[in-house]
Design a protein around this ligand. Structure first.
Ligand SMILES: [Fe+2]
Ligand SMILES: [Fe+2]
Length: 324
């Protein structure tokens, strides 16, 4: 008997896409089994080589860091420069683990909607387990840094509850939020690992573990969106296209700029923040570059066309010009 694939080209294309999706999930699942990390078995926290001293000069911000390049930062005493650099890392880890907490709860909601035998279920649980290990290592780092990093502001906390339910109610918007958090951090961590700067070995170990596992999470989120967004009803696509630049822009800021707590703690003057971030064309280009992959994905999905393009432009999230 002829298979439906041969009789119906649409069904054939669908089954090819299904096979590609299943083989991606199979590959990601196998990687999660063969190459995963444990926050305490795979990091020797008690090793003297990994000891965390916030005044270690290796925490100093490099000259190409937005804040590190300001005259205000360079004139600080060396121990303060190091401490601020270490606190900046710790506060990003704290924000990272809060983001991961939202992500894990959203993934649980997403998995709760799946029927028995759905192949996405196993993948979602692997990702939840991996994120839990990341959060353990991030919190351990925060504890050892001595910085009492705070969580989200009440407004962000309120928003985070809505994001969790998106895992069940609107998974495409949820995974876009996921990419908004994961892509900028992945970009920064990969760039740091490639750079010639001296990185504290504890931070280097954490970043290497993180980028290895994040590659799977980013791959799943991107392919999930490619697979499901084209079939969404128009109203949902409008919502997604409108939310995309707002979600990505605010997530990137949260991940790349110093927290308000840190600004207050070191009394960083407003004009220094403006010089380093708000008014810095270089920082803006960096933010846009950190979102380049997810922006390209949004374009492929038809989410950056007019009239939505104006939002990307207003939020300065467009691709930097080639001449810059
Ligand atoms: Fe993570
Ligand atoms: Fe992740």
């Amino acid at each position: 008997m002829a298979t439906p694939d041969i009789l119906d080209p649409e069904a054939a294309a669908a089954s090819t896409a299904d096979r590609a999706w299943l083989s991606l999930l199979d590959r990601l699942n196998r990687q999660s089994v063969n190459r995963h990390f444990d926050a305490y078995a795979d990091i020797d926290w008690e090793s003297p080589a990994l000891a965390l001293d916030p005044e270690d000069p290796r925490w100093e911000l490099p000259a190409d860091d937005p804040l590190g390049q300001t005259g205000w930062y360079r004139q600080l005493p060396a121990p303060t420069r190091a401490r601020l650099g270490c606190d900046l890392v710790a506060s990003k880890m704290k924000i990272g683990l809060i983001f991961e907490s939202i992500l894990k709860r959203g993934l649980l909601e997403f998995a709760s909607t799946l029927p028995n035998r759905a192949p996405e279920f196993r993948y979602a649980y692997h990702e939840i387990i991996e994120e839990a290990q990341h959060s353990l290592m991030f919190q351990e780092f925060v504890n050892r840094s001595g910085l009492d990093a705070t969580g989200l502001s009440p407004i962000h906390r309120l928003g985070s509850r809505r994001i969790i339910t998106l895992g069940r109610r609107f998974p495409q918007l949820f995974f876009l939020f996921v990419l908004g958090g994961e892509d900028p951090i992945d970009y920064v961590q990969r760039r740091e690992l490639r750079s010639a700067r001296v990185i504290h070995p504890l931070l280097e170990r954490i970043m290497r573990i993180h980028v290895t596992e994040e590659a799977r999470h980013l791959s799943f989120a991107r392919h999930y969106l490619k697979r499901t967004v084209p079939a969404l009803p128009r109203a949902r696509r409008v919502m997604l296209a409108t939310a995309a630049p707002l979600v990505l822009g605010s997530m990137a800021q949260l991940m790349l700029r110093p927290s308000l707590q840190l600004v207050a703690r070191y009394q960083i003057p407003r004009n220094v923040i403006a010089e380093a971030y708000t008014r810095s064309p270089r920082y803006r280009a960096e933010t846009a570059a950190s979102l380049a992959k997810v922006r390209k994905l949004c374009t492929e999905l038809g989410l950056t066309k007019a009239p939505y393009r104006v939002l990307w432009k207003l939020l300065r999230l467009e691709a930097p010009r080639a001449t810059n």
